[in-house]
Design a protein around this ligand. Structure first.
Ligand code: HEM
Length: 414
């Protein structure tokens, strides 16, 4: 950008943000005719940006930290103190390798998918017997069972754990009693996972599971993670994996809205299913925007940033930018999108190289799980979608079809 960014009129824009949700940054940019503007959220000045250029900036680990970039309650529900996301520089890269090493391998994908499909097929018998289920609740349970098994974490009450983990994500965009309840549920998960970490450490059982790798991990300074850090990082694998459930519902919604894709996918290659999964991630709203705090003064064209400035970049808006994706409002699984490019344009789960920056290390498993769930929906079962409110409201963060997507007359395919 060449000129200084314009200012959004008005003293504070928090109410506007709550009203507009995912559209807040895009609407401000459209209104002011600029990819950057200055605003105030919760009485705090913020620089808002959109476009691949903005993603490149906020994912530059030398320029931005994630510390102080989220309100404390949102942080507590989504990441928490002591987590990898709040580290910078060499300590971040070292801790991040724990996640990329656990999650971004052929073996991790293969073993997770095998467990996921197995749990799905077991659940399908129950869905068939019940005849009608809310897909969002049903897939959250499947993902909970699969990820606990995959991570080597014992699970005594799967339904309660699925509810507790998904409530953290569900209520991260809210204020008031629902958010307090979610914080209480988060505390309950933490107490339970902390006991499991302590037990793994005292029994000293060696293993290659996420539980054992995290329990035994040493930070860049050679020190083991504190019990609190180890707990937070194990939850950092469990909670977001359950959050994939939202994308699975969106995949089912896309099949419902675009039956031609269902026909095209039947019997198709794993690559075709992966492309469908990638378009689900581009098209549907999930993670709205990413925040960062400037680590030093710098200039970016006409934009003067001072150390400590708060910036928010529109991840949802970038995935819908017509300069990057022709006809962005069309669902088109024929686009050749892939998380493997580590780029700054297709950024539903962050931008850049996940090893050196804050991009999500879970993209590979996310895409694999959406693709596999789509195949199961298309090839392993028949069902109907009864009349219901499937509206996806962009004012609600995080978004979901209003009904949670009910499916009925469920039958296993032979
Ligand atoms: C297998 C499932 C997943 C796992 C284990 C996982 C884990 C993580 C972790 C540990 C980070 C912090 C990385 C860092 O700061 O260096 C992260 C970042 C991120 N994750 Fe995921 N995640 C998963 C799925 C998801 C899903 C479904 C979304 C939804 C869109 C998502 C969105 C993001 C975003 C936007 C970031 C970037 C945060 C930033 O730039 O500071 N993740 N993820």
């Amino acid at each position: 950008m060449s000129a200084a960014p314009p200012r959004l009129p008005g003293p504070d824009h928090t109410l506007r943000f709550l009203r507009q949700g995912y559209r807040f940054i895009g609407d401000g940019c459209d209104r002011l005719g600029s990819d950057w503007f200055r605003a105030r959220l919760m009485l705090r000045p913020v620089i808002c940006g959109r476009g691949a250029d903005a993603a490149r900036l906020i994912y530059d680990p030398d320029l931005f930290t994630r510390r102080g970039a989220m309100p404390p309650t949102v942080l507590r529900l989504l990441q928490d103190k002591g987590s990898v996301q709040l580290l910078d520089g060499a300590p971040h890269r070292h801790r991040k390798a724990l996640f990329t090493g656990l999650l971004m391998t052929d073996g991790a994908e293969r073993s997770f998918l095998a467990l996921f499909e197995n749990e799905w097929r077991l659940a399908l018998r129950d869905w068939t017997a019940r005849g009608r289920v809310t897909l969002f609740d049903a897939v959250n349970l499947v993902l909970t069972l699969a990820v606990f098994r995959w991570a080597g974490v014992p699970l005594d009450d799967p339904a309660r754990m699925a509810g507790d983990l998904s409530s953290a994500v569900e209520n991260s965009g809210r204020i008031g009693p629902r958010m307090w309840l979610a914080l209480a549920r988060r505390n309950r998960v933490e107490r339970r996972i902390r006991r499991i970490i302590d037990r793994a450490r005292t029994t000293g059982a060696a293993g290659d599971t996420a539980l054992h790798r995290i329990a035994g991990f040493r930070d860049a300074d050679g020190a083991p993670l504190s019990p609190n850090q180890a707990t937070v990082e194990l939850i950092n694998i469990l909670r977001p994996t359950v959050a994939i459930g939202r994308y699975l519902v969106f995949a089912a919604l896309a099949l419902h809205r675009h039956p031609a894709w269902r026909d095209a996918l039947r019997g198709a290659s794993p690559d075709a299913y992966a492309r469908f999964a990638e378009e689900v991630r581009r098209f549907y709203p999930f993670f709205p925007a990413i925040g960062g705090i400037a680590r030093r003064d710098f200039r970016h064209g006409g934009l003067a940033v001072s150390k400590g400035d708060w910036m928010m970049v529109d991840l949802f808006g970038i995935c819908h930018d017509p300069r990057l994706f022709p006809a962005p409002g069309d669902f088109d699984a024929g686009r050749a999108l892939s998380w493997r490019d580590f780029g700054f344009d297709f950024v539903p789960q962050g931008a850049g190289d996940p090893h050196g920056g804050h991009r999500c290390p879970g993209e590979r498993l996310t895409v694999a799980a959406i693709a596999r769930a789509t195949r199961l929906l298309v090839e392993a079962m028949d069902y109907t979608v009864p009349p219901q409110d499937l509206t996806v409201r962009l004012s609600r963060i995080p978004a979901l079809p209003e009904s949670g997507m009910v499916i009925a007359e469920i039958r296993e395919r032979g």
